[in-house]
Write a protein that binds this ligand. Structure first.
Ligand code: PEP
Ligand code: MG
Length: 899
């Protein structure tokens, strides 16, 4: 019989796949001897069965009953017993943390009788009825499907009748009445009584929480975080403890270090006389954790001890939830905490300094995405005026956008390309789509651990929360701050690093990390910002360990120079067609459309010196490093005049009975002759070089003469010539002969030997499939994964992302666009095949990649595993690729150590 239920005493943190993060970590805390209320976990496997078949696994109810009996024995109380009943919480907990995205049901075990038992204890009467009404509300909406707004409305009505500002003003009689109203709502809307049997409550709650894996919020979150849809959630059933018994009770959250900046020292929020849910929801403003020291020094000191114990045990920043019930401290959750990018770098460095982790492990704790975030600009503090509001800097960065007041409006405006800032009193999981769509989230309530803060930080979104000078009026669609009324649509600037909000669009300045790269990435001086020192240290670590070289895609001397400052070890792709846009487009047009050899030669002759100068500049900027120059690869339509425009111009003249311009007529005829329905699959790349006489020769001559020129003045130019869009080795062979002829000619004429390796791009499936043959004529391969993705999937790279990718993502066909992250299964398979066959034919074949994937963290790991020699990406991504290449080597080493 498959085991679907594990007691907290039976698990551990190595079991996250089966028990989910929450369950595994609760078990780990029990193992460490920390005070955890007893409980058990229903596995993710049970959830998978339930979601796949619509039925719970056969033996589940029996196994739950057995563990419940054990739990009751340990707690010394029974579920539903009339006197002092045991109450249970039922919470989701998946393999990956999905904060607030699934359902929770509390107070299971209360019914018409046990509520009386609970209420009999002196001082607990109001608390008992409040718990019961919460149960009917949560169970009614989550398990029985009653619209949650009906309960909210009934509650609001009663508060109005009583003139009560908040829930705490309702007395026991009010709550007793509310329970009746809620139960009636359940009956009216489901035709069923609220279940009185506590075991039935428990079983149904477990299934409802399992089903919430497929709720809308959870699905959106998974898509964003690239969490697979088939993992399912575990469900944790735990004895409830109460932080809302009075002033000797309370709930809080704590971090072992500051999750926004990484600064050492215990950090967190505490809410006296409240349940955990109230803290995270940001409903009442919390107090800093340090105040607990005054309120309850014993618990505070114990908590500090546990936090230290957890951080040493997990060897990382941990966050926890805790409750104090009448002076007794209980640990309700822990996990390795989410943190801002800055904090990730800082904490990794600190832990390495403290020798809690090795320098190599420190590298494993940071990510390329995080580094990219640190390179974003921030506001120019000298140029912005006084802020109109201040809040808690919950997630760093700078964002400018139009104010919106609800999630739907944020989504609507963002879909039109508008940048928006979502402003709420506090956010709830229902605001998730709006948070995804917004540049930043601004709330007037809640601390660094409120929903808004936790979720925004996880997404790398700017967030300022708890800006209590802000009065948000969603109905009027405006907020007020310092007497200023700010209406929906007004531009504001939100500084998530300082917690400031400014009216209007504040100017931005580069980040310190970006400045560090721009100035060459050398050893930071003593005055450097700590974040710069942390980045430097971890990048050095990455550079020492990585096997992949990192080059850049650059077509101008400026970009080449920047790439070099950012640590590029050469240029992996210089797109020569980019050199002919703007003013020079006419020359390419003349060359392509030339009516005679003489016309074409004239155009080519005009292009030659321009090309030579370009190459001299780039080779100078990359002196001593390889520069892969790709022969012209223009999708023709980008270089020809617009066919419709020309046709209209000619037709207009004709309609007026006038003679159109002769040039227009000739051009139109030529453009019609060359018109392509699918330019991306047309006369591009090597094909153009083979049909336009003199084109390859001109480009190669420009390269060779640039090399000669650089050598003459003592430079060390290392040009490589790359042939694009090759399908068949025969194409490459023809071009190669031409290239070698011109190189020899320039060498002879100048008396300076010009030796350029000649290689090809692999960007068509046929090239990958015949890589063994192609390698016989290529000294290097560079995977053009943009085209290889386009042609393997049959997706037009210019059209599909806007046309239907969001539907494909919704339907789970892929979790991320294959143009962003390499499709390992399909495109990746072609890459691996081409690497193997290419190297078999030519063992010293140098292999790289220069499609966009070269700068994508996940893809860098794939290219490392596939045995490539280098990745090439845009200059700004070079540091990201360096870091990820280092991490890939590290992971590989760790995996082989495990074997
Ligand atoms: C590619 O196809 O991946 C590539 C680098 O070439 P381009 O994007 O210029 O077509
Ligand atoms: Mg290409």
């Amino acid at each position: 019989m498959v085991r679907y239920v594990y007691d907290f005493t039976e698990g551990g943190r190595e079991m996250t796949d089966l028990l989910g993060g929450k369950g595994a970590n609760l078990a780990e805390m029990v193992r460490m001897g920390l005070p955890v209320p007893p409980g058990f976990t229903v596995t993710t496997q049970a959830c998978q069965v339930y979601l796949a078949t619509g039925e719970p696994p056969e033996d589940l109810a029996h196994q739950v009953a057995e563990h419940l009996a054990a739990l009751e024995r340990e707690a010394g109380r029974r579920l539903g017993q009339v006197d002092d009943p045991l109450l249970l919480s039922v919470r989701s907990g998946a393999r990956f943390s999905m904060p607030g995205m699934m359902e929770t049901i509390l107070d299971i075990g209360l019914n018409d009788l046990s509520v009386l038992g609970l209420a009999r204890t002196p001082g607990r009467e109001r608390f008992a009825w409040d718990s019961y009404r919460r149960l009917v509300q949560m169970f009614g909406s989550t398990v029985m499907g009653v619209d949650g707004a009906l309960f909210e409305d009934a509650l609001a009505l009663l508060k109005r009748e009583r003139g009560a500002a908040d829930d705490t003003r309702l007395d026991t009689c009010d709550l007793i009445r509310l329970v009746d109203v809620f139960k009636d709502l359940v009956l009216e809307h489901t035709g069923e009584e609220f279940p009185q049997d506590p075991v039935e409550q428990l079983e149904r709650a477990v299934l409802a929480v399992s089903s919430s894996w497929n709720g809308e919020r959870a699905r959106i979150y998974r898509r964003r975080e690239h969490i697979p849809d088939d993992l399912g959630t575990a469900v944790n059933i735990q004895a409830m403890v109460f932080g809302n018994y009075g002033s000797d009770s309370g709930s809080g959250v704590a971090f072992t270090r500051d999750p926004a900046t990484g600064s050492p020292g215990v950090y967190g929020d505490y809410l006296p006389n409240a349940q955990g849910e109230d803290v995270v929801a940001g409903i009442r403003n919390t107090v800093p954790l340090q105040e607990l020291e005054q309120l309850d020094p014993v618990s505070y000191n114990k908590l500090r001890g546990y936090l230290q114990q957890l951080e040493s045990h997990y060897r990382d920043l941990c966050d926890i939830e805790f409750t104090i019930e009448r002076g007794k401290l209980w640990m309700l959750q822990t996990r390795v905490g989410k943190r801002s990018a800055q904090a990730a770098f800082s904490i990794a460095s600190q832990l390495a300094d403290e020798a809690l982790i090795t320098p190599a492990e420190a590298l494993g704790r940071v990510t390329g995405d995080g580094l990219a975030r640190l390179m974003f600009p921030r506001f120019d503090t000298t140029a912005v005026g006084e802020p109109i509001a201040h809040g808690i800097p919950a997630s760093p960065g700078a964002a400018v956008g139009a104010v919106v007041f609800d999630s739907a409006e944020a989504v609507r405006r963002a879909a039109t390309g508008e940048k928006v800032i979502l402003v709420r009193q506090e956010t709830t999981p229902d605001d998730l789509p709006g948070m995804v769509a917004a540049q930043a989230v601004l709330t007037s309530r809640g601390g660094k651990t409120s929903h808004a803060a936790v979720v925004a930080r996880g997404m790398g979104k700017v967030c300022v929360c708890g800006a209590d000078g802000l009065t948000v009026d969603v109905r009027e669609r405006q907020f007020t701050a310092q007497g200023v009324i700010v209406r929906e649509g007004t531009l504001i600037s939100v500084d998530g690093s300082l917690g400031a909000v400014h009216l209007g669009a504040a100017p931005l300045v580069d980040s310190a990390v970006m400045r560090y790269f721009e100035t060459g990435g050398g050893l930071p001086g003593p005055g450097a910002q700590p974040v710069v020192r942390d980045v430097h240290r971890l990048l050095e670590q990455a550079d020492t360990g990585r096997r992949l070289e990192v080059r850049a895609n650059a077509d101008t001397p400026e970009d080449a120079a920047r790439a070099r400052r950012f640590g590029a070890q050469g240029i992996g792709l210089c797109r020569t067609e980019h050199m002919f846009l703007g003013d020079r487009r006419g020359l390419v047009e003349a060359m392509i459309l030339a009516g005679s050899d003489a016309e074409r030669e004239k155009a080519l002759a005009a292009l030659l010196p321009l090309q030579r100068e370009d190459f001299i500049g780039i080779l100078a900027a990359m002196d001593g490093l390889p520069v892969t120059i790709r022969l012209l690869d223009p999708p023709l339509h980008e270089f020809l005049p617009d066919r419709t425009e020309l046709a209209v111009r000619v037709a207009e003249y004709e309609a007026l009975g006038k003679q159109p311009e002769a040039r227009d007529v000739t051009l139109l005829a030529a453009v019609n002759r060359m018109h392509e329905e699918n330019p991306m699959l047309g006369l591009r790349g090597v094909r153009l070089g083979l049909v336009v006489p003199g084109l390859v020769a001109m480009q190669v001559r420009a390269v060779a003469e640039a090399v000669v020129e650089r050598k003459r003045i003592g430079g060390d130019p290392r040009a490589e010539i790359m042939v694009p869009l090759v399908d068949a080795v025969e194409e490459l062979r023809l071009v190669r002969t031409e290239v070698e002829r011109v190189l020899a000619e320039v060498s002879d004429a100048s008396g300076i030997a010009v030796e350029c390796p000649i290689g090809t791009m692999i960007e068509l499936p046929r090239a990958a499939l015949t890589a063994g043959r192609i390698a016989q004529d290529a000294q290097f391969f560079s995977f053009g994964t943009n085209d290889l993705t386009q042609t393997t999937w049959g997706f037009s790279r210019d059209d599909v992302e806007a046309a239907f990718f969001s539907a494909y993502l919704d339907k789970g066909i892929f979790q991320v666009s294959p143009f962003e992250t390499i499709d390992r299964e399909g495109v990746g398979r072609l890459v691996k095949m081409a690497v193997a066959e290419g190297r078999a034919a030519r063992p010293d074949l140098k292999i790289g990649v220069c499609g966009e994937h070269g700068g994508d963290p996940d893809s860098v790991h794939f290219f490392h595993d596939a045995g490539l020699d280098y990745v090439s990406c845009s200059p700004f991504r070079v540091p990201v690729a360096r870091l990820e290449a280092g991490r890939a080597a590290l992971l590989e080493a760790a995996a082989s150590d495990d074997k």
